[in-house]
Write a protein that binds this ligand. Structure first.
Ligand code: BES
Ligand code: MN
Ligand code: MN
Length: 457
């Protein structure tokens, strides 16, 4: 390990320069106009992994955006670990809210700013650099490694899940190392063992066959936007509970032991309010914010459209409107089942005089990794070596959909060893990542390979 650490220390500046190069590529998976950029980014990782000394490096077609594959399999008797990350990023809008341009990485006060810094390019690059350093220092890795970097994690849908199911042999492994999560604070590192899933839908409310003058026709027809508001309002009650019949049927209840464990790491109400600039927290009654975030399903409208929202006024009854909505799922909820229940309920609550159409966009299965996995303990030890602090095992309210597919198709647990921080502004303007976390993350990546190699496969 000492030789590996020396190589890393010597090359730190080069790792940073290379990271800035890939941060300039606009790999926005949700934007069809930038599909070429997404592919170019995948190819960048192919070239980079090839230079790092990985083998069988290639861009693989998935039906959606391509995935990057590489391996090094010359450690018989040792475990096989897959390093997973995603090279696609979220859209950068609203662009005018960025202090410096989203695709021109800029450093201020030891922090790099740019789209994809924290989520997930810098975190992926820590592993690439760690692999290269091991190969440079020792001419070999201490275990078998497969690298799988997808190009459509942020889109939700796509062909990558199907690709994993169809390539079980190629991707077979004992565990997956994922650096795509965040700590609780700079003093409080975490390793994540559970993620929520989701069911994402779109609802369209349709009324008259054309937009109408609201004076000439007002009082004669149901207004689709008024109806839309009633539908949204009826989907969740004043106690923060989703009203869809059957919605909670499969939710695994929290045990007293889990609640006690959560309470040891839960932030206070005051701290949450101060951090988020809200006068109060809100959610399902009977649960703390951390319990709601980690172990209860959520309900959120993401966008509403229809009618007139420009300057001034326009007296119109829009012919239609719509909204995007999702619910984060917890064990053992099933996305398809939740969708069917939502669809049936929207049909029931849709006001007379309009029709509502519910479309399924995508779903992700919630994930719970057994904390007894020896790879989990190995991951925690690596953190301690690199950061000098033992990470707490925590759950996370967000989703990394493919980890469920890894569990289902490869029977491989994902060990979520991420280096982000709550203030990284992922998916927002001024996304950022601490340079110190990038540097130490590479060191941690090297320790992870060492620690994982000593787990009995
Ligand atoms: N890296 C995030 C998930 C995440 C964020 C984990 C913060 C832990 C802490 C991931 O890239 C993400 O944004 N996932 C999406 C998935 C969705 C598009 C299906 C999410 O959670 O919204
Ligand atoms: Mn991510
Ligand atoms: Mn993301």
């Amino acid at each position: 390990m000492q030789k590996v650490l020396d190589v890393i220390a010597k090359n730190q500046d080069r790792y940073l320069e290379e990271l800035y190069e890939v941060l300039r590529i606009q790999s926005v998976s949700a934007d069809p106009a930038r599909a070429g950029e997404v592919r170019r980014c995948g190819q960048w990782f192919v070239d980079r992994l090839t230079r790092a000394g990985l083998e069988n490096v290639r861009l693989m077609e998935t039906g959606g955006h391509p995935a990057v594959y590489a391996d090094w399999l010359h450690a018989p008797g040792k475990p096989t670990v897959m390093v997973y990350g995603h090279y696609d990023v979220q859209p950068e809008d609203p662009t005018d809210k960025w202090t410096t341009p989203p695709f021109e990485p800029t450093v201020r006060d030891g922090v790099m700013y740019g789209r994809g810094t924290s989520d997930d390019k810098a975190q992926v690059m820590t592993h690439v650099a760690a692999l290269e350093a091991w190969l440079e220092a020792n001419g070999a890795l201490p275990l078998n490694v497969k690298v799988f970097i997808e190009g459509e994690e942020e889109g939700g849908a796509g062909g990558t899940h199907e690709f994993v199911r169809k390539n079980r042999e190629l991707l077979a492994c004992d565990a997956v190392a994922v650096s795509d999560t965040a700590w609780h604070s700079p003093e409080h590192p975490t390793v994540v063992y559970a993620l929520r899933g989701m069911c994402y839908m779109e609802v369209k409310v349709k009324g008259p066959s054309r937009d109408l003058h609201s004076g000439v026709y007002g009082g004669i027809v149901q207004n689709p936007l008024n109806a839309l508001a009633k539908i949204i309002a009826a989907l969740q009650d004043e106690h923060g509970r989703v009203t869809v019949p059957g919605f909670y049927d499969d939710v695994v209840p929290l045990t007293d032991a889990e609640r006690a464990e959560f309470a040891t790491v839960a932030p206070t109400e005051e701290r949450i309010c101060a951090d988020l600039g809200v006068p109060a927290t809100w959610g399902e009654e009977g649960y703390t914010p951390t319990e709601r975030n980690w172990a209860r399903p959520s309900f959120d409208v993401h966008g509403v459209w229809g009618g007139f929202s420009g300057e001034g006024s326009k007296t119109v009854i829009a012919s239609e409107g719509g909204f995007k909505v999702s619910t984060r799922l917890v064990a053992n909820q099933d996305g398809k089942k939740v969708f069917e229940a939502f669809k049936a309920h929207v049909a029931r609550i849709c006001p007379p005089g309009v029709t509502a159409e519910v479309k399924f966009l995508h779903a992700a299965t919630p994930v719970m990794v057994p904390t007894s996995s020896p790879f989990m303990a190995a991951g925690q030890r690596a953190f301690e070596s690199a950061f000098g602090r033992r990470p707490t095992l925590v759950r996370e309210g967000a989703s990394i959909p493919i980890t469920a597919t890894f569990l289902e198709a490869l029977k491989a647990p994902s060990i979520m060893v991420g280096y982000g921080l709550p203030g990284d502004n992922i998916h927002s303007p001024n996304e950022n990542f601490r340079i110190e976390h990038f540097r130490k993350g590479i060191v941690c990546g090297a320790w992870l390979l060492d620690e994982f190699s000593r787990v009995e496969p």
